[in-house]
Design a binder for this molecule. Structure first.
Ligand code: NAD
Length: 296
């Protein structure tokens, strides 16, 4: 389990790969962007092709933008599944749709390979500090094999079920977060209209039935929670464009399964409006300012 191929050295993947190298794993990095390869070069070796490097690795980890990138890199004649060493463990940490995660996991099984979907929560800060939360779907035996590797990048590691269950947990959690942030933002926007002081609303709601993480740990107005992005002009944090991506995955899953998610759908519309207005790079808690600006 000592040789790791890490593909996708972006905002999240680069610090994750560096933490693996710091923990003593021999890490080979791969990315299609030359700048990402250059950023990793002092921490490990660089692969010239993912197919060639996959054959040398005990563990392959991917951290890519979306489902199509994951399908591309694993499937097909030049893909990881066709070239991975017998017994290699495959871990996809990207946030992608449940269907693609299950398809790629099933394809891995036909090659006799163990595969886990292991999306993360915690953002770039958690990736850098090795404090990520991993939500892991796939065979229990593969999960046990993966523990030592995931522990080098994160603090909380939860086996959520069979293939696809990691992605399912990720999108359900982020749907709660996306909706609850809008609820808190709306309440502060209404408080503004009513002349109610932000700190007073916080003091009441944070200790009564309105209490939730979006309020008490990530308050969308400046002041009550000094560490929240609202205190630095809503710089992310977690960008509203990424929240829109996760809520869109939740809506895709809801449509595919026939689940009723009316608030999830409305939340997706609010973040889509923010992105279309040019605020996709601001923290998702900017929903408060965006809603307040809509008021007439
Ligand atoms: P990013 O765009 O910064 O990085 C993705 C990297 O993948 C890029 O360097 C890109 O060049 C590379 N890539 C694309 N196709 C490739 C291929 N075929 N082979 C090798 N490399 C390839 O994105 P990110 O912010 O690091 O996010 C990665 C994943 O993590 C996404 O699925 C995202 O939703 C999820 N995520 C991000 C955050 C966050 O705060 N950024 C938090 C949790 C989860």
């Amino acid at each position: 389990m000592s040789r790791i191929l890490f593909a996708g050295l972006g905002n999240m993947g680069l610090p994750m790969a560096i933490n693996l190298a710091r923990s003593g794993f021999t890490v080979t990095g791969f990315d299609i962007a030359a700048s990402a390869m250059a950023a990793f070069s002092e921490h490990g070796t660089l692969a010239t092709s993912v197919a060639e490097a996959a054959g040398q690795a005990d563990v392959v980890i991917t951290m890519l933008p979306a489902g199509r990138h994951v399908a591309d890199i694993y499937l097909g004649d030049a893909g990881i599944l066709a070239h991975a060493a017998p017994g290699a463990l495959l871990i996809d940490c990207s946030t992608i749709d449940v269907d693609t995660a299950r398809q790629v996991g099933a394809a891995a099984a036909t090659h006799g390979l163990d595969m886990l979907d292991a999306p993360v929560s915690g953002g770039v800060g958690g990736a850098t500090a090795a404090t990520l939360t991993f939500m892991v779907g796939g065979p229990a035996t593969a999960f046990e094999r993966a523990r030592i590797v995931l522990a080098a990048m994160g603090k909380t590691i939860v086996h959520t079920g069979d293939s696809g269950a990691g992605q399912a947990a990720k999108i359900c959690n982020n749907m709660i977060l996306g909706i609850s942030m809008i609820a808190v933002g709306e309440a502060f926007a209404l408080a503004d209209k009513l002349g109610l002081d932000h700190q007073k609303l916080f003091d009441v709601a944070s200790t009564s039935s309105g209490q939730c993480w979006a309020l008490t740990s990530y308050c969308p107005v400046p002041g009550p929670v000094p560490t929240s992005p609202a205190n630095r002009d809503w710089q992310p944090g977690f960008a509203s464009a990424l929240m829109l991506k996760d809520l869109s995955l939740a809506q895709q899953a809801a449509t595919a399964t026939g689940a009723a998610t009316p608030l999830g759908a409305e939340a997706a519309r609010v973040y889509a409006g923010m992105v279309e207005s040019g605020d996709g790079g601001r923290d998702f808690s900017y929903a408060y300012r965006w809603l307040a600006g809509k008021a007439t």
